[in-house]
Design a protein around this ligand. Sequence first.
Ligand SMILES: [Zn+2]
Length: 248
Amino acid sequence: MKKILLGILLLAAALTLSSCVTAPIQPIPPQPVPSRPVVRGDICHVVAPGETIWRISKMYDVPMESIVRANNLKDATQLEKGQRLAVPNAAPIVPVVTLYPSAKWKYIIIHHSATDEGNSYAFDNSHRSKGWNSVGYHFVIDNGTQSKQDGQIEAGPRWIKQQDGSHCRAGNMNTKAIGICLVGNFNKSHVSSKQMDSLIYVVNRLRHYYKIPADRIMGHGQVAGATTACPGKLFPWSEFKSRVRQGS
Ligand SMILES: [Zn+2]
């Protein structure tokens, strides 16, 4: 292949020389590799419950040291929920779904928040007011409200600490099911396409790693003994199931 290319280059050079002897021979510039532009910028990030500097660093592809320096943090291991952090030169958010070796997780349960707005921070506050120690879901998939992006994936403290959920009492699911909540009320509105993409991404990552069969991935209302319409009558089950099967 290299020989053929060299031959073509030599021939091109010879033709150039013979047709225009006085013109200087221009080197052939390398072809630019098409790539998706990554637009970076300084942003302000509100720390979610359980969020660590490592996670924030991964989310925005910014070194931890840069975040520490920009905020003059004395102890980066002690971030407070709700704390505002400047993140310099941040890239668009990428999902950070950390997997922990465990034989605990046998099911995945999908919920909706049954609210128009929300995020992990807001649910943490409302669940604490019920006496729980933190947001009951393991993951929250945002809908673009309350300063989060549409489709943003938040991992809560119960996931980071690998604790039981507090999202589905029926079937004793709190001890063995990963709880994922999509922000929205899907009795009256639709799951956004970005939320669905993120849900498929998280579910597939989890189900492959924990070897959770498709029939153990269900909505809250499908758990025997649960009396709820969660995650809402408009949740697109056939699209969800076929995309989980396809893996994307
Ligand atoms: Zn639910």
